[in-house]
Design a protein around this ligand. Structure first.
Ligand SMILES: Nc1ncnc2c1ncn2[C@@H]1O[C@H](COP(=O)(O)OP(=O)(O)OP(=O)(O)O)[C@@H](O)[C@H]1O
Ligand SMILES: [Mg+2]
Length: 187
């Protein structure tokens, strides 16, 4: 076992994803092996339709692959219960969605602290962590603003704060190391 294997926070083994059946079937991922070490920044690059979003959804436990295994911090997602998966997503994974997915009726602070509150953190502790996370993206003066009152870039920063609040690690969202994903369709 290499050092990278022991320290891996994310492993994909032989992951495939097929959409549909028969003549119209699409093979979005054709056997992806990937290993990400703690603290490593990974970017996934590829042409539109090459399978990036599919790969990230599967790596983040939002979608089950057709075949293959995903292991996040030692947890095999294929056998994890829905409850364990939800907990893992709340505690270990942070997503910045393309359209941010902020809840329009909640303030910036409330959007950011929601995952902590769902996890049972006391309001005061959650608010302190929320304030730190929003300050870290330069939004300390927008704690009480609603998404509609923020610019696109500010909304994106709220989404980033929500993805990292409470010390969670940002997701393997990005665009590097495509060469290590031989199963990713390029184009
Ligand atoms: N739910 C689905 N049903 C059928 N086909 C799908 C579905 N989702 C994705 N696909 C197909 O799977 C392939 C990979 O899609 P995916 O969304 O992962 O690509 P992507 O690399 O994220 O593209 P983009 O850069 O445009 O966001 C595409 O051919 C797409 O049409
Ligand atoms: Mg995409």
């Amino acid at each position: 076992m290499t050092a990278a294997t022991t320290d891996a926070v994310l492993r994909l083994v032989g992951v495939t994803q097929q959409y549909g059946v028969g003549e119209t079937a699409v093979s979005a991922l054709a056997g992806v092996d990937l290993e990400v070490a703690r603290g490593e920044l990974v970017a996934v690059m590829g042409a539109s339709g090459s399978g990036k979003s599919t790969l990230l959804s599967i790596a983040g436990g939002l979608q089950r692959p057709t075949t293959g295994e995903v292991i996040v911090e030692g947890t095999y997602l294929s056998t994890a219960s829905p409850r364990a998966l939800a907990q893992l997503r709340r505690r270990s994974l942070g997503f910045v969605f393309q359209d941010f997915n902020l809840i329009p009726t909640l303030t910036a602070m409330e959007n950011v602290t929601l995952p902590l509150e769902l996890d049972g953190f006391r309001g005061r502790v959650a608010r302190r962590a929320g304030k730190d996370a929003l300050a870290s993206v330069g939004l300390e003066d927008k704690l009480d603003a609603y998404p509609d009152d923020l610019s696109g870039g500010q909304q994106q920063r709220v989404a980033i704060a929500r993805a990292v609040v409470g010390g969670r690690r940002p997701p393997a969202d990005p665009r590097r190391r495509a060469h290590r994903c031989p199963g990713l369709r390029h184009g």
